[in-house]
Design a protein around this ligand. Structure first.
Ligand SMILES: [Zn+2]
Ligand SMILES: [Zn+2]
Length: 237
C-alpha cells in the first residue's frame, strides 16, 4: 500500500520502482568462495568444515566464514542506505543475498544443525540514535527464511567505541577488545551462526566470536553480507 503512495527508489541509480532495481542487482559482485581461515589463510579440510571449531593454526574462533558479496557498487550503496539513511525496509532484499550463499555446500547441512542465529550487536547508545541494528535486521530476516531461532541478545555490546572507519588493523583490534560479552544461558553448548553486514578486517566479528567461545559456544560460523575482494590487503591479517 505504502509502495503505491511512495514508490521506493533504487538506492544506486535512484530510478523509481524497487529498492535495488533489476539492472543494479546485476552489478552486485559475488564474493569468492573460500574454504580457508579468513584470518591466517589456512586451508580448511573438508572433514573440518562442519565442525565450526577454532582454527588450529591461529585460534580464530570462527570455524567457517562466508562473505556473500563484494562491498562495491550497488551493494555498498544499499548497505550505506540501510546503515545511515534509515532505509530499514532494505533488509529483507539484502538478506536474500545471505540466503543465496547459504544454499551452497556445506551451508545447507550446517544450517540444519544450527541452534541459533546471532547478530553482531550494537551498543545501546548507538541503537537509540539509529533506532535499529542493521546486522540484527539482516540476521532476523535470514533466521526467518532459514527457519532457525533468532537469538538477538546472545551477544551484548558493552562499550560504545569510536567508529572503526579509518583505523588500522591493530587499532581496530584494540578498539573492540573487551567490547562484547555473550550470555552463557543462550550460547553454551550451542552451534551458532554470527551475522554481520560488513566484514572489513574481521576484528569485530572475531571479538564477538571470542566472547561466544568464552561463554561456552560449541561451534561458531560466520556470515557477512559484504566484504573486501580476495586480493585486498584488508583480509588475512
Ligand atoms: Zn538501480
Ligand atoms: Zn586461522
Amino acid at each position: 500500500m505504502l509502495d503505491l503512495v511512495f514508490p521506493p527508489s533504487c538506492v544506486s541509480c535512484q530510478r523509481n520502482g524497487q529498492a535495488i532495481c533489476d539492472s543494479c542487482a546485476q552489478l552486485v559482485e559475488p564474493a569468492e568462495l573460500r574454504q580457508e581461515c579468513l584470518y591466517c589463510g589456512r586451508e580448511i579440510p573438508e572433514v573440518e568444515v562442519g565442525l565450526g571449531s577454532e582454527c588450529p593454526r591461529c585460534q580464530a574462533p570462527l570455524g567457517l566464514l562466508r562473505i556473500a558479496s563484494l562491498h562495491t557498487g550497488p551493494m555498498q550503496s544499499a548497505i550505506h542506505a540501510l546503515k545511515y539513511r534509515g532505509r530499514e525496509e532494505l533488509a529483507p532484499s539484502l538478506a536474500r543475498y545471505l540466503r543465496a550463499v547459504s544454499a551452497e555446500t556445506p551451508w545447507p547441512s550446517l544450517l540444519k544443525a544450527l541452534d541459533g542465529i546471532v547478530p553482531v550487536p550494537m551498543h545501546e547508545e548507538m541503537l537509540r540514535e539509529r533506532r535499529y541494528n542493521q546486522a540484527g535486521l539482516l540476521a532476523a530476516c535470514f533466521a526467518e527464511s532459514a527457519g532457525r531461532p533468532f537469538l538477538e541478545k546472545a551477544v551484548l555490546c558493552l562499550h560504545a567505541t569510536r567508529s572503526q572507519v579509518g583505523l588500522s588493523r591493530d587499532e581496530r583490534a584494540d578498539n573492540v577488545r573487551g567490547k562484547f560479552r555473550a550470555v552463557s544461558e543462550l550460547v553454551e553448548g550451542k552451534s551458532l551462526l554470527l551475522v554481520d553486514d560488513v566484514f572489513t578486517t574481521g576484528s569485530t566479528m572475531r571479538a564477538c566470536a571470542e566472547a561466544m567461545r568464552d561463554a561456552g559456544a560449541d561451534a561458531i560460523f560466520g556470515l557477512a553480507l559484504a566484504g573486501p575482494s580476495r586480493g585486498s590487503n584488508a583480509l588475512l591479517q
